[in-house]
Ligand binder design. Structure first.
Ligand code: UDH
Ligand code: MN
Length: 392
């Protein structure tokens, strides 16, 4: 009797295990899980950058995985099919680390399909979305290198038609992040009919490619779970780091403010403008909107703005008279580099545009027109190449 009972027990256990395995395999995502496990055992192709990590229980994969099988040239077919609504190249969590020794040449080598000015479109299908990435920048070349390393393959996995714009503040006057975004918006839209703009800090690396860089029906705050805030939203109205707006959204809120000089306040002002423009903030899930911030201290030339709270209290009165419609600047140079378009710009000071000596070329003074000369405080070498100089 005892032996018969235990025999049945074994049979039931065996059947049970079989049922569980069959249920797992027949679920929709099983292929993804299988490839995911296979990737764990595959040899990574860049030592140090593609090994696995564990962040708060999430295991990430190599951001360049999935891209190696893509064709290396664009199809010459007259009409390419539209890319699928959900890209088959999406892989979920991405491993992010910052090893020394990475060079821009290596980033170029790993992104053979990126063309002059940091542009890309999928080689085998017609992209459904055109996204410009706008990055405010000064003296963060070290961060920029890592961002480019991760962002290019991240966007390629999403099958986007995209371009990366670095908006480089000329001179040494106090930094102004929001005004640089206004410059980026106008200069990017001048070049191409982008349907979405991602306003992106240089030091934030996305950790999950399901965080798609396309616009929503309302302005989207993408960087909602940063490591520096414990992968949580720090407060409900937070709109900093990475946000996505369509050209229509941007113009409805009169762009970003021009007069927040120094650190802080401008991102909250932008958040308030969203609702003043009759819109609301959308967000991806906490699981997907994850970012790692490259650790840094407050920069020289970007002291905390002591006026920020007073200014914030007045956004309702100022947003229509300070924004995209009043952004004055001079483009000093536009360079189509292999991995990005660099736009160096004089945005002036609180006192106006001409703290820097005016450029001699007469056509250069009008707003937004390109000039030929480097501003004071910028060496000819910087003007030529913007080669990496400093580590932060
Ligand atoms: N930025 C530059 N250069 C600067 C200042 C800012 O490129 O000199 C850009 C860059 O894209 C950066 C963004 O502006 O990611 C935002 O500035 P930030 O990174 O300084 O802002 P964050 O909120 O500042 O990360 C945190 C300050 C850390 C202080 C730590 C002391 N406790
Ligand atoms: Mn930062």
């Amino acid at each position: 009797m005892i032996t018969l009972q235990s025999k049945w027990r074994y049979i039931f256990m065996f059947l049970g295990i079989q049922l569980v395995v069959m249920a797992l395999l027949s679920r929709e995502g099983y292929q993804k899980r299988v490839t995911y496990f296979i990737r764990i055992f595959r040899k990574p192709d860049t030592p140090g950058l593609s090994s696995r990590n564990q962040t708060a229980g999430i295991t990430g994969g190599d951001v360049y995985a999935n891209l190696s099988h893509l064709p290396k040239a664009h199809s010459h077919a007259d009409e390419m099919p539209y890319c699928p609504k959900t890209s088959p190249l999406i892989g979920g969590p991405i491993h992010v680390s910052f090893p020394s020794g990475l060079s821009l040449a290596e980033v170029e080598r790993k992104n053979p399909m990126v063309v002059r000015g940091g542009r890309y479109r999928p080689p085998d299908c017609e992209a459904r979305h055109r996204t410009a990435i706008i990055i405010p920048h000064r003296h963060r070349e070290h961060h920029l290198k890592f961002l480019l390393y991760y962002l290019h393959p991240f966007l390629q996995r999403q099958q986007l038609n995209y371009g990366i714009y670095i908006i480089h503040q000329a001179g040494n006057y106090t930094f102004n992040r929001a005004k640089l975004m206004n410059v980026g918006f106008r200069e990017a839209m001048r070049e191409e009919d982008w349907d979405c703009l991602f306003f992106h800090d240089v030091d934030l690396i996305p950790e999950d490619d399901r965080n798609t860089y396309i616009c929503d029906s309302n302005p989207k705050h993408a960087a909602i779970a940063m490591d520096k805030f414990g992968y949580k939203l720090p407060y409900k109205m937070y709109f900093g780091g990475v946000s996505a707006l369509s050209p229509l959204h941007y113009l409805r809120m009169n762009g970003f403010p021009n007069n927040y000089w120094g650190w802080g306040g401008e991102d909250d002002d932008i958040g308030v403008r969203v609702s003043l423009g009759g819109m609301y903030i959308t967000r991806p899930s906490l699981k997907v909107g994850r970012y790692k911030m490259i650790k840094h201290k407050l920069d020289k030339g970007n002291d905390v703005n002591p006026k920020r709270f007073n200014m914030l209290a007045k956004t309702r009165q100022t947003w229509k008279s300070d924004g995209m419609n009043t952004a004055e600047y001079e483009v000093i140079s536009r360079q189509y580099l292999p991995l990005y378009t660099n736009i160096t710009v004089n945005i002036g000071t609180e006192a106006g545009l001409h703290l820097l000596p005016p450029t001699p070329s007469p056509g250069a003074k009008a707003e937004g027109k390109p000039a030929d000369e480097a501003p004071a405080g910028m060496s000819a070498k910087q003007e030529e190449t913007h080669s990496p100089q400093t580590d932060h």
